[in-house]
Design a protein around this ligand. Structure first.
Ligand code: AMP
Ligand code: ZN
Length: 138
């Protein structure tokens, strides 16, 4: 399924050219246009889903296999010191393009990429009541 107004649908399905690292029937992995670091790539799902909540279980299960494949190749070639694999859902989480995608961000010792948070307190841990509510949804 495609969304006619979605730029990542057009890129994923080849209507807009991109620097493609990998492609199969479900995904296209491209180089990010504004890379956080040398080699920053994003895995685009071909079937439109705005975020992880809408993602099909089939695409959800398959995406990490692609992440592993591409990350391994990137590490070998770029000789980066690490790779962050992450995926933003919702504006509050930093999502700017509302077609689900997974970031592969190679990391180099001493780089200035920021993917950090301040460790919280024990009092910030979810209550047992909320924990139970979440479990009931699964
Ligand atoms: P997010 O903030 O998680 O939604 O990530 C969106 C990412 O898509 C950003 O890193 C952008 O630099 C990248 N991006 C946006 N438009 C394009 C494009 N046309 N080609 C490649 N990457 C893009
Ligand atoms: Zn889309």
């Amino acid at each position: 399924m495609k969304d006619e107004n979605c730029i990542f649908c057009k890129i994923a399905n080849g209507e807009i050219p991109s620097k493609t690292v990998y492609e199969d029937e479900r995904f296209r992995v491209i180089l990010d246009i504004s890379p956080a670091s040398k080699g920053h790539a994003i895995i685009l799902v071909k079937n439109h889903a705005a975020n992880v909540y809408e993602l099909s279980e089939e695409d959800a299960s398959a995406i990490y296999v692609v992440a592993k494949k591409v990350a391994t190749a990137m590490q070998k070639v770029l000789k980066c010191d690490g790779i962050n694999i992450l995926q933003n859902n919702g504006e509050a989480a930093g999502q700017t393009v509302f077609h689900v995608h997974m970031h592969l961000i190679p990391r180099y010792k001493g780089d200035t990429v920021q993917i950090t948070w301040k460790p919280g307190e024990e009092s910030d841990i979810l209550s047992d009541a909320l924990l139970s509510e979440i479990k009931k949804e699964l």
